[in-house]
Design a protein around this ligand. Sequence first.
Ligand SMILES: NC(=O)c1ccc[n+]([C@@H]2O[C@H](COP(=O)([O-])OP(=O)(O)OC[C@H]3O[C@@H](n4cnc5c(N)ncnc54)[C@H](O)[C@@H]3O)[C@@H](O)[C@H]2O)c1
Length: 308
Amino acid sequence: MKVTIVGAGAVGASCAEYVAIKNFASEVVLLDIKEGYAEGKAMDLMQTATLNGFDTKITGSTNDYSKTANSDIAVITSGIPRKPGMTREELIGINAGIVKEVSSNLIKHSPNVTLIVVSNPMDTMTYLVHKTTGLPKNKIIGMGGALDSARFKYRLSEALECPPSDVDGMVIGGHSDTGMVPLTRLATRNSVPVSAFLSEERLNQVSEDTKVGGATLTKLLGTSAWYAPGAAVSGLVQAIACDQKKMFPCSAMLDGEYGLNDICIGVPAILGKDGLEKIVELKLDDAEIAKMKESAEGVKKTNGLLEI
Ligand SMILES: NC(=O)c1ccc[n+]([C@@H]2O[C@H](COP(=O)([O-])OP(=O)(O)OC[C@H]3O[C@@H](n4cnc5c(N)ncnc54)[C@H](O)[C@@H]3O)[C@@H](O)[C@H]2O)c1
């Protein structure tokens, strides 16, 4: 199992670390355009192997895609992150060119690869990869919902004053401050709907805090977060690498599901050896359908900025 991660910055390196620690991949290649950067991160991570007890071989490459040849899975984190006060959508000008070039280079050397797109604005970048690479649609997956759902569960556990492991919940819709749709109606604490413990007002607060989860961290850190994003991507990589058939909300190309067409947006999906193996259609209520529709309109507006 060979995994390539393009972009050895904050999220890429964090993802490499979690993949290595989980010890399911034989090889991880980190690639970055900055001279020596990926090699440095790879060497630093390899020096944690005996400390953290993993056997995954991590190597680095400065923009040499031959080193990524025959990757099973590749993660695209290359591009700029947002600064405080910026939206993800504002990154499109720079990141679209990078994501297009990187995905094409990856496929040249690994024609059977499954791509996981992380660079923002992620739903639009995933759509761009679908439109420009010709890879089958099960092999292009956008990561955003897995992170947003982890942030949702964190906020729910805070409100419930319980450990996060007691909580289950999911965020679908666009990966943006306004487009996320946290499914509070379906969230549970040990199978009990969270509405049994929290008022509607408190649940609305949880939703709003979840939606600006990334912006809150960007304000605190001065740049975009990396631990939870890296861990979330590593979960998707593991589900595919180990054929786990796990369900994550992922940005998937829709063809009528949820009443939407020709758009990549967060919906629950089953991940296994064939990548995105199945989209799960939930029975949403009218309010959730309306939020999903509004979210899709936002994503389509951003897609309209692409030059393809
Ligand atoms: N989808 C999500 O949930 C999610 C979460 C967090 C961050 N992000 C996004 O991920 C991206 C990376 O964030 P970060 O914090 O790691 O940024 P970062 O600046 O720390 O790392 C990005 C890296 O990409 C490299 N890079 C730029 N152009 C490249 C190219 N053409 N080829 C190879 N490498 C190139 C840079 O040299 C840099 O090392 C951003 O767009 C950010 O918004 C997405």
